[in-house]
Write a protein that binds this ligand. Structure first.
Ligand SMILES: [Zn+2]
Length: 565
């Protein structure tokens, strides 16, 4: 999956509410003290994009604001709908013109602190005036939002995708059924240019797998093999576990892990910062002779739920052996840690039948609403149709598929054909190969100069907050994008973050297409992400409808505005 955009991007979160964050986040799901939240200028635990960028939300860390928003959304009711659909647009029309976007939405910079590099404090360049006149779009935006909030088509379709087709890993029969179903339904919707585009995908098979603690006590540990892992010998392998909290501890042990199973018990800080143990941990352990790697699941909380996800063997060092790797629950990792600290030398028996079959044929699904004036200019919106082989792939990323698909269905039903084409792409094989995104970029290489924007939705269905626009976007594009977002103020989805990206749109963004992420408020997303618990019952229909409304307004106005973004 793509990592959802952050709440606080702070390498160091200087917001006045940091002490509140500190108290809320000072324990993980198991009561473990997290090492990072020790002061006002430490990394914000709710940042999801790593800590290598300065925090633009210096004066108002919006974590608490989100919490209030959640409460409000839970009380979302008919009176609120009336306010959103009727009163807010009227009030907005009557209000005085808004100041230039840079003065209202440009994220502020954190105040300089002693010893912090000045470079990180460089204020963003001022933006030019927007070209788009949103008053001309206000009535249409209200119609789109109203239609989205009162339709259950996306919700019912997501139910079908998850309950009747199920999870959809690359190479599986269910993935191909999902692709065929989506294409056929899109044709029934009367969308334009519905077709599939062939992509060959890796076919990894989990096989039977188990992890057992064999001493000092015998106990089965709940686990999930990591995607793309090699398997163990048929009889499994048994070795002493060596638990490390981080790579520094691994490096300090060095060759002493030879012949052992390295267990990474790294507490969750941010997704971006913690997922490195899953991604590169196996090869880093294998470099010192470890025979397998076990990774604490990348999640802030656990009810004995293991989380899968891809590993990446070190392609730059093919001499490093590929060792089998699996995730254990937080509970399992902490048990092993305690045993090690008591000097009990836990031993593990790992058995994994994981293997690759030859690449399989799959496809991206394409559907459009053709532009009425400039059909060759395209706004791409999309999510990924594949999922892990556990759960139902409901949030990740059946939701992204339905948000974007429903966007064009709704616009067509409303008779709103924009100047430019809006193209939905349901990408295949995001999770363990990203071949769908690469395949799309290759197949459409000659058209990319006319791809004016690509928005990826791969953060689940929660209350929409807005978008993240690539930091490479031109100032004019940012000004226009931020102006359009004002049309979403009524449903509080008008925030534009300073960067945005996605795995599937990555290849075309690298070719110069402006990228954006669809952002949601998802503080609990990583508790179910890549687990058996990513199921349809976790989908809130009101959130899904609000996500469709947000995506549809933005995609429509960008595709329709007289000037090219
Ligand atoms: Zn995903």
């Amino acid at each position: 999956m793509r990592v959802p955009r952050n709440i606080c991007r702070g390498r160091a979160c200087p917001c006045p509410q940091s002490s509140e964050i500190k108290s809320r986040a000072s324990q993980d799901g198991q009561g473990q003290a997290l090492p990072l939240q020790t002061g006002r200028d430490k990394p914000c635990p709710y940042s999801r994009t790593g800590r290598d960028k300065p925090c633009p939300y210096s004066s108002k860390c919006i974590f608490d604001q989100f919490t209030e928003d959640n409460l409000a959304v839970q009380r979302f009711s008919a009176p609120l709908l009336v306010i959103v659909l009727v009163i807010v647009p009227i009030l907005a029309q009557q209000s005085t013109p808004q100041p230039a976007p840079q003065s209202v939405q440009q994220p502020s910079q954190p105040p300089a602190r002693q010893g912090e590099a000045v470079a990180a404090q460089t204020p963003p360049a001022p933006l030019p005036p927007p070209r788009v006149k949103i008053e001309e779009y206000r009535e249409r935006a209200a119609r789109i939002i109203g239609a989205a909030l009162t339709s259950d088509t996306a919700y019912r379709r997501l139910a079908w995708l998850t309950d009747r087709i199920g999870n959809r890993l690359g190479g599986s029969e269910s993935l191909e059924r999902a692709i065929a179903w989506a294409a056929s339904e899109m044709k029934r919707d009367g969308l334009d240019n519905v077709h599939t585009e062939k992509v060959m995908v890796p076919h990894w098979v989990r096989g039977e797998e188990s992890l057992e603690l064999v001493s000092p006590v015998r106990k089965s540990l709940t686990m999930l093999g990591l995607g793309n892992s090699v398997g163990t010998p048929a009889e499994g392998l048994t070795a002493e576990a060596v638990v490390v909290r981080n790579f520094d501890e691994l490096e300090a042990l060095g060759e002493r892990v030879r012949g052992k199973i390295v267990v990474y018990n790294a507490p969750f800080t941010t997704y971006g910062a913690t997922v490195v143990y899953r991604g590169s941990g196996p090869s880093r352990a294998a470099k010192y002779g470890a025979v397998a790697a076990i990774v604490r699941s990348v999640t802030p909380a656990s009810l004995q739920s293991p989380h899968t996800g891809s590993l990446r063997y070190d392609a730059d060092h093919p001499e490093i052996p590929k060792i089998p790797a699996a995730a254990v629950t937080i509970e399992g990792a902490e048990l092993l840690q305690r045993m090690q600290e008591r000097g009990e030398h836990p031993r593990l028996h790992l058995k994994m039948g994981a293997h690759f079959l030859p690449d399989a044929e799959s496809a991206n699904v394409i559907a459009e609403i053709k532009g009425r004036e400039k059909p060759e200019e395209v706004v791409v919106i999309g999510g990924h149709i594949d999922s892990w082989d556990v759960g139902q792939g409901a949030h990740d990323d059946g939701s992204g598929c339905l948000i974007t698909w429903e966007t064009v269905r709704l616009l067509k039903a409303l008779g709103l054909r924009p100047r430019r084409t809006i193209r939905v792409v349901l990408f295949t094989n995001e999770e363990n190969g990203a071949r769908g995104g690469a395949g799309y970029a290759a197949a459409h290489k000659s058209e990319l100069k006319d791809h004016i924007l690509a928005i990826e939705s791969d953060s689940g269905v929660f209350r929409p907050t807005g978008f993240g626009l690539s930091e490479k976007a031109t100032p004019q594009a940012r000004a226009d994008f931020m102006e359009i977002a004002k049309l979403l103020a009524g449903i509080r989805a008008d925030r534009i973050d300073p960067d945005g990206e996605g795995t599937d749109i990555g290849p075309i963004v690298r070719e110069g297409v402006t990228g954006a992420s669809f952002n949601v408020d998802a503080p609990r997303y990583f508790e179910i992400h890549h687990t058996d618990a990513d199921t349809f019952d976790k989908i809130n229909p009101q959130d899904l409808a609000a996500c469709v409304a947000t995506m549809a307004v933005m995609a429509y106005v960008v595709a329709d505005m007289p000037d090219r973004l």
